[in-house]
Design a protein around this ligand. Structure first.
Ligand SMILES: *Cc1c(COP(=O)(O)O)cnc(C)c1O
Ligand SMILES: [Zn+2]
Length: 425
């Protein structure tokens, strides 16, 4: 990995040689998350954006020269990344905006953005010669690791809170993962996974602990800039639990800026659920996210429920250094955003993914974005991940099936009663 020059602790700034540390800064433990440093001159001399666009590799691996993997490492066969991004002019107009896109990362193989970091985890574990892969997760990171391990023919051990949505647990079981349903919160599952990994030498993919996860997530930012014609947007909305996606998006943009492949840094907006607002609260109150005490997190958007965001330093820097903001949205706003986004764009999002749209609605209201801005909203996971929440969202929007008897007369009555088809056919 000649293009990787080191790993820098976000607490003390100490730089470690690649391979000298596995997870976090030895001096700062789990707080000392590491940022991967690259030799941009070397990368820029070896490839161009056009080379990457036309690469023979698939999906996120087109960006291999900017990823912390050995050039010859084998990657899992599932197609991860290269997800679509759609302009949503009708939805934008309702907010007084003109140029808004939705990046649909629910279109990944296990239906969330987490496939990007998990694919990278499988490669890093193989490079490290590790046996068992493990992670703690609210559900999606686990499903992604399980799916990518299945594709690569490797075993994995998953720690989820017992309350994880059934669809996500169903994915894990069908992919063949060994699942430990922890009677506790995500934060407790995280600690247990950490202790088990230390004791047994498993390869730990958990967010925040593993410095490479934001590197996998950053590929979504590369694709977005590519899809905008090699330009950065002006503002981006990312839902935030542990903060790894937001930190990863920022990292991807910093890479492109350092390479001279984009000419400005977008403002980054982190969207948190009101009941899981650690970072938003720290930002509003001017508290240090490193020393702020954990909060109790409760939200319908399980994928962004985190009492102590593990990648809080990366996420905080993303907002602070780009002149962005943290925005909080209520569970009602999150649920309301699901049918709005689905009807206005065809993109069906799980609650945590729709939260980013709800954040844009707020931000437009606050005047943080305007018609001059090119805005990208990332939908991080599919609506099929949490059917119970989706059904509730539809009902709260007044949508319900019309029950009818199985005969023609009943059909005609229903058509008349509900005015179905009038002015359409
Ligand atoms: C994990 C996840 C998030 C939040 O990502 P963090 O890195 O924890 O901030 C948002 N949406 C979905 C669908 C997720 O799975
Ligand atoms: Zn340190």
């Amino acid at each position: 990995m000649d293009h990787v020059v080191g790993l820098r602790c976000l607490v003390c700034g100490e730089v470690y040689a690649p391979g000298a540390v596995d997870y976090v800064c030895p001096r700062h433990g789990v707080d000392g998350t590491l940022d991967v440093l690259y030799d941009y001159e070397r990368i820029g001399a070896s490839c161009s954006p056009e080379d990457l666009r036309r690469s023979a590799e698939q999906g996120m691996w087109r960006f291999r020269p900017l990823l912390p993997v050995e050039p010859g490492s084998e990657v899992p066969p599932l197609l991860v990344g290269d997800t679509p991004m759609y302009p949503v002019p009708r939805l934008a107009a309702r907010l007084g905006l003109r140029r808004v896109w939705v990046k649909d990362d629910g279109r990944n193989p296990t239906a969330s953005l987490k496939d990007r970091p998990s694919a990278l985890a499988v490669v890093k574990a193989t490079e490290a010669g590790a046996g068992l892969l493990t992670t703690a997760s609210t559900g999606n990171a686990a499903a992604a690791l399980a799916g990518l391990c299945a594709a690569a023919g490797r075993p994995c051990l998953i720690f989820v809170p017992a309350a994880a949505p059934p669809a996500k647990v169903a994915q894990l079981l069908n992919y063949g993962a060994t699942v430990l349903a922890v009677q506790g919160t995500y934060d407790q599952a995280f600690e247990l996974c950490l202790e088990g990994s230390a004791a047994h030498g498993w390869y730990n993919r958990s967010t925040g602990i593993n410095p490479y996860m934001s590197e996998g997530k950053k590929t979504v930012a590369y694709e977005i800039c590519e899809q905008l014609g090699r330009q950065a947007p002006d503002a981006m909305f990312v839902s935030v639990g542990d903060g790894c996606i937001l930190g990863g998006v920022y990292k991807g943009l910093r890479d492109l800026l350092a390479l001279g492949w984009i000419d400005h840094m977008p403002r980054l907006y982190g969207v948190q659920a009101a009941g899981s607002n650690f970072l938003a609260e720290a930002w509003e109150r001017g508290e240090d996210p490193l020393t702020k005490a954990p909060i109790e997190a409760h939200t319908v958007a399980d994928s962004i429920s985190a009492g102590l965001p593990r990648d809080r330093l990366k996420a905080f820097a993303a907002v602070e250094e780009t002149d962005g903001a943290f925005v909080t949205v209520s569970d009602e706003e999150i649920l309301a955003a699901i049918p709005v986004l689905a009807r206005g764009s065809g993109v069906f999002a799980e609650p945590a993914a729709a939260a980013s749209w709800a954040g844009l609605v707020r931000a437009a209201d606050y005047g943080l974005v305007g018609p001059q801005d090119r805005v990208v909203v990332i939908s991080t996971g599919s609506g099929l991940k949490d059917v119970t929440a989706a059904r509730r969202a539809a009902e709260e929007a007044g949508a319900a099936p019309i029950e009818i008897a199985a005969d023609r007369e009943a059909l005609e009555r229903a058509l008349a009663d509900h005015g179905i088809g009038r002015g359409e056919a």
